[in-house]
Design a binder for this molecule. Structure first.
Ligand code: AR6
Length: 170
């Protein structure tokens, strides 16, 4: 199992994988953070494709080509905005991972990279978000052959260290 999960610290837009996941907002029209970086690297065609998707609800995911990215696909998911943890935030975050993985399975993706959804602008506590991400991915991989590899792609040191710690306990 653990050889199907990898941890890296990198810019997700540079990864040569089948799919990268985008931490988008409900409009799917780009934004800051990882969303902005993905749109800049993929080019305007990505925005055109996203406009055609007509938005996405929190906890769900939609897929587009990767256009100028090395990745073949971008899976756009909308994480919850953290309020106090009692407004369904954990369940919605879990759903982001499951829905994204389901799209990856449908497209027979071999490798999928996730950013730390909701832990930036949306202020989800990083420790809790990492625990949910790891647990959800592990459970999913127990049931499914695809994707064969899931990469947690951290960008900030804090998230990277949290994942290192949690993954070393497995
Ligand atoms: N590669 C990988 N991870 C990155 C990159 C990158 N190039 N850039 C930032 N991160 P955020 P959210 C990490 O704010 O909290 C956008 O405006 C970053 O360190 O991008 O889900 C959307 O349009 C953090 O750990 O996403 C939405 O409006 C993680 O990505 C809103 O932000 C997520 O931070 C979504 O907020």
């Amino acid at each position: 199992m653990n050889n199907r999960i990898e941890l890296i610290k990198d810019d997700i837009t540079t990864l040569d994988v089948d799919a990268i996941v985008n931490a988008a907002n409900q409009t799917l029209r780009g934004g800051g953070g990882v969303d902005g970086a993905i749109h800049r690297a993929a080019g305007r065609e990505l925005l055109q494709a996203c406009i055609g998707l007509e938005g996405c609800d929190t906890g769900y995911a939609k897929i587009t080509p990767g256009f100028r990215l090395p990745a073949k696909y971008v899976i756009h998911t909308v994480g919850p905005v953290w309020r106090d943890g009692h407004h369904g935030e954990p369940e919605l975050l879990r759903s982001c991972y499951t829905e994204s993985l389901t799209l990856a399975t449908i497209e027979k993706c071999t490798s999928v990279a996730f950013p730390n959804i909701s832990t930036g602008v949306y202020r989800f506590p990083k420790e809790q978000a990492a625990a949910i991400a790891i647990e959800t991915v592990r459970t999913y991989l127990q049931e499914e052959e695809f994707p064969q590899k899931v990469i947690f792609c951290c960008f900030d040191d804090e998230n990277y260290e949290i994942y290192q710690e949690l993954l070393s306990d497995l």
